[in-house]
Design a protein around this ligand. Structure first.
Ligand SMILES: [Zn+2]
Length: 539
């Protein structure tokens, strides 16, 4: 393994970057980077009982909450490791306009041997560059293979292989023999695969198509890209949409869990076609699923063991598969670990500033527009307390075409302040579809992030700052809005997670229902009035 790592940089420098998925096919296969290359991520839990429980009654001080969060995180993300050297140096600063901080290239938390390892796009979801499973077999003869062997063979961890064999046999019996495109992929190979995607499109598009090295579930040796031979024969690339709508695709959706395999990257419920679960709707642009970090992939299957797969399958059915609370694998794993929120933000690489996180406390591609993560995996404490500067009704010019009430609220936010959805804004502010609280029914407990999607709750997350508003006279602040740029909301309102709040003094426009009487505005922290924050009256 060490020898292989030593050679990695040569690989990286080499031009064979278009090389595709690593361990594809025995004799190395076609050099087209699979879209799947990215697949590796998958987070997302929130709106769950656990997050809610941790949130409620959080009237403690921010410092207490920080300590608790750090303690919980240390137990939940795994032990932090800093590798002696950064892997995939082509992604480090200096090699292009988009780059990853050295701390993010060297830091990792994940124990890859854990069948329920939380591998995703975030810093907390990274595998060490030198991680490779030690118990792999090839999938042709199921003979033991070393990680080095697996540069030549398609490999899988032995236990996953034990689940795969009967799955393949069952597919053959059903009349659709399988084609496996990609199985174990080393860190070095993922480095090449990712860069192949960059060359094919561009860096930011690649990050949504292909996992960064260390962030691919294929490095776990438990994840496969599974098609049928007929599908393989029917097109230039197997990584094309539609497989989920084929008979074999539907069969896999129904039965793969019986063999210990689950789908980490589903279609977000907001993006489902109204009649068909195998395809996305076409009446709005379908961005990444913020609960997984990727678009859906109906061929990317991960082995988590029969018992776990059965438990996850049951939990998914119970959560309401077409509802906004439909559980992802990541949410389910997070729930087991006591992690709050649906997911973590992806690593800052310059593409997603305002909605990314980093282990580089001093320097990242997004500067201060990043969520700073410590070695516990928890967000670092804010540098101070936020200030509610003023609140007033917006002028007609400011309110524009919004038919209801608009509040203009000025807030001064210190560095490293956290916030959470929903993020609202006036039409034209960068939000797709529903920009604010449209009627008295759409409070924070029943917010509709996009037209024609179901309302949902955004349970308060610990340490998250929001502006709260209500009709004067007391009671709950039923309109609570996060403080991120409005554009962040167009993607992240479809999850519930911690996001960095913009630093400094800024006026936020809150589109509310038509509310004629006096209103009250305050700051909420973890769902409760922030210590020391005034309640301002707006007539
Ligand atoms: Zn895959």
């Amino acid at each position: 393994m060490l020898a292989r790592l030593m050679r990695r940089d040569e690989f990286v420098g080499a031009v064979a970057l278009l090389a595709a998925s690593a361990c594809v096919e025995k004799p190395r296969a076609a050099p087209t980077p699979s879209p799947d290359a990215a697949q590796t991520v998958a987070p997302a839990p929130s709106q769950t009982a656990s997050s809610d429980a941790q949130t409620r009654g959080d009237a403690r001080t921010p410092v207490d909450a920080e300590v608790d969060a750090a303690t919980a995180a240390a137990a939940s993300y795994g032990a932090f490791r800093r590798s002696p050297r950064a892997g995939c140096l082509a992604l480090a600063k200096g090699s292009g306009p988009r780059w990853l901080a050295e701390a993010d290239l060297r830091g990792s938390f994940v124990d890859g041997d854990d069948l329920l390892a939380l591998v995703n796009r975030s810093p907390q979801g990274a595998l060490p560059p030198d991680y490779a499973p030690r118990d792999m077999v090839d999938i042709a003869r199921f003979q033991p293979r070393t990680p080095a062997d697996c540069d030549k063979y398609q490999c899988i961890r032995r236990e996953a292989g034990d689940g795969l064999r009967p799955l393949l046999a069952a597919m053959a019996r059903e009349g659709f023999p399988a084609h496996i495109d990609s199985v174990y992929r080393s860190y070095a190979m993922q480095c090449q695969t990712f860069q192949g995607w960059v060359k094919r499109s561009e860096f930011c598009a690649a990050t949504e198509q292909s996992a960064l090295p260390g962030h691919s579930q294929h490095q776990l040796g438990t994840t496969i890209d599974l098609f049928t031979q007929a599908w393989k024969a029917g097109g230039a690339t197997v990584f094309r949409q539609g497989f989920g709508c084929t008979k074999p695709g539907r069969w896999l959706q129904e039965h793969s869990w019986e063999f210990g395999f689950v789908f980490p990257y589903p279609i977000h419920p907001d993006d489902l076609h109204e009649k068909d679960d195998c395809v996305a709707r076409s009446d709005h642009v379908v961005p990444i699923n913020p609960k997984t970090g990727y678009r859906y992939e109906h061929w990317h299957l991960r082995y988590i063991g029969k018992e776990h797969a059965a438990a996850f399958h049951a939990a998914l059915l119970a959560s309401g598969p077409r509802s906004p609370s439909a559980l992802t694998l990541e949410q389910w794993i997070r729930g087991r670990r006591g992690l709050v929120g649906d997911t973590e933000l992806p690593v800052c690489d310059g593409c997603n500033c305002g909605a990314c996180s980093t282990l580089a406390s001093a320097e990242s591609a997004c500067g201060g527009r990043a969520l700073a993560v410590g070695e516990s995996g928890a967000a670092l404490p804010a540098s101070g307390a936020p200030t509610l500067v003023s609140a007033r009704r917006a002028t007609d010019a400011e309110a524009g075409k919004w038919a209801g009430t608009v509040l203009a609220v000025e807030v001064d936010v210190p560095e490293r302040t956290l916030t959470q959805p929903p993020f609202v804004g006036l039409p034209g502010a960068g939000l797709v579809g529903m920009p604010g609280f449209a009627d008295v029914g759409t409070t924070t407990h029943a917010f509709v992030p996009l037209p024609k999607t179901a309302p949902r709750d955004y349970p308060a997350l610990p340490r998250a700052l929001r502006v709260g508003a209500r009709a004067a006279g007391g009671g709950e602040f039923v309109y609570a809005a996060g403080l991120a740029d409005a554009a962040v909301g167009s993607v992240y309102n479809r999850a519930n997670l911690l996001v960095p709040a913009p630093v400094g003094k800024k006026v936020y426009m809150l589109p509310l229902p038509k509310l004629d009487g006096p209103l009250e505005v305050t700051l909420l922290l973890g769902g409760e009035p922030a210590p020391g924050a005034p309640v301002l009256r707006v007539n």
